[in-house]
Write a protein that binds this ligand. Structure first.
Ligand code: MG
Length: 373
């Protein structure tokens, strides 16, 4: 791993909340990554929706396969740009740990249920998972990750919540940036989902090749593939097109970011934090990506089939929230039960209910809803 001075350095980490002995075998960011992989929240990603509900088919992305794709892209970017690959990998694998069942629909309805009690944000929930909710270590709650991993996991945060988080929330108040590794993961996340959603959308039959040809960047690359391989079958044509689109995007991002690094010349991670965002895309690529995102929103995320699934998810989460608020003893999780009794202070109870629901997989939520209603 070739590192430049602007990369995160495990030997200069801002540390963990609980002091630990140094490992003779692994650097601190490797340890973070390993803890994330061994967490129960990570395993549950396998049964959480990305766009298509888990039981709709075995071939679609889940949050787990999405997180693996994000980590693959982020590691490649980090290595090319001489940033710390282990940190980028750790952040990528943890970035969706706080997601509710049923994708964004789940988060929106849980946020609505929690509106009088501080709301629900999935990024903040990912941090809660690694800071508090995992219970695997004798000495502390959570995974006791390094500051740098926690900083990267907290991608967005409302100012009122940031103020309660101590040092890790300060950047939202000061309008500073996170490490380059964290910035790379944010882009890797977008690169992954924009492209795998085209693939899953096509596989599901909701997006046709003809419809996809309306997107300028898709059409441009697909034509290039067809010229080279005039007899290619449609499915392979799609995959080759997606592959080349991702390559083009990665090339653009690395070129733009390398230029920005030369211009700003940050000498340390701290200088990176005080600069404007360094990782980015060229103006023309940003426009093309904007068009792709608008297309996916209109044609896939707002497709009647996906919306119908969303409405079912909303009902399940709303029903479960109301039920557990009335009778917390129905929550079958001993770790949450400590803090959750009907007599407890209302806001603490609601937070325990939100933690419980957010931790559910799609199928567990469906199953428990069926058994209780
Ligand atoms: Mg994601």
């Amino acid at each position: 791993m070739l590192l430049k001075s602007f990369a995160a350095d495990p030997n200069k980490t801002l540390g963990r909340a609980h002091k630990e002995t140094i490992s003779p075998f692994r650097n601190d960011f490797q340890r973070d990554r390993d803890r994330i992989i061994h967490s129960s929240a990570f395993r549950r990603l396998e049964y959480k929706t990305q766009v298509f509900v888990n039981h709709e088919g075995d071939m679609f992305r889940t949050r787990l396969t999405h997180s693996l794709e994000v980590s693959q892209i982020a590691r490649g970017l980090a290595r090319t740009l001489c940033c710390h690959e282990d940190l980028a990998e750790a952040i990528a694998l943890a970035h969706d740990l706080g997601h509710t069942p049923f994708g964004h629909a789940g988060q929106d309805v849980l946020n609505n249920c929690m509106k009088d009690f501080g709301g629900f944000e999935h990024n903040l929930q990912s941090l809660r998972v690694v800071d508090q909710l995992e219970q695997r270590y004798a000495d502390f709650d959570g995974l006791n990750l390094t500051f740098e991993a926690r900083e990267g996991i907290l991608k967005h945060c409302a100012i009122k919540n940031a103020k309660k988080l101590g040092v890790v929330g300060e950047r939202f108040i000061k309008k500073h940036q996170p490490s380059l590794e964290a910035q790379l993961v944010n882009f890797a996340d977008e690169i992954a989902y924009n492209h795998h959603d085209i693939d899953d959308g096509y596989r599901s039959g909701l997006l046709s090749f003809k419809l996809l040809m309306d997107i300028a960047i898709f059409c441009e690359v697909a034509e290039e593939v067809r010229q080279q391989y005039p007899l290619i079958d449609e499915r392979r044509w799609l995959h080759e097109t997606i592959r080349r689109m991702m390559h083009g995007l990665v090339r653009d991002l690395c070129g733009f970011t390398q230029k920005a690094l030369l211009k700003h010349n940050p000498k340390s991670i701290d200088e990176v934090r005080q600069l404007p965002q360094v990782v980015g895309l060229s103006t023309s690529m940003t426009q093309k990506q904007g068009e792709l995102k608008r297309f996916l929103r209109q044609s896939l995320y707002m497709h009647p089939h996906v919306v119908e699934m969303t409405q079912n998810a909303e009902k399940i989460i709303k029903d479960l929230f109301g039920l557990f608020m009335n009778d917390p003893s129905l929550m079958n999780d001993p770790s949450l039960m400590n803090g959750a009794h009907a007599s407890e202070e209302q806001s603490r109870l609601t937070r325990s209910v939100a933690d419980y629901i957010a931790g559910m997989t799609d199928r567990f939520a469906i199953q428990i809803h069926k058994s209780l209603f």
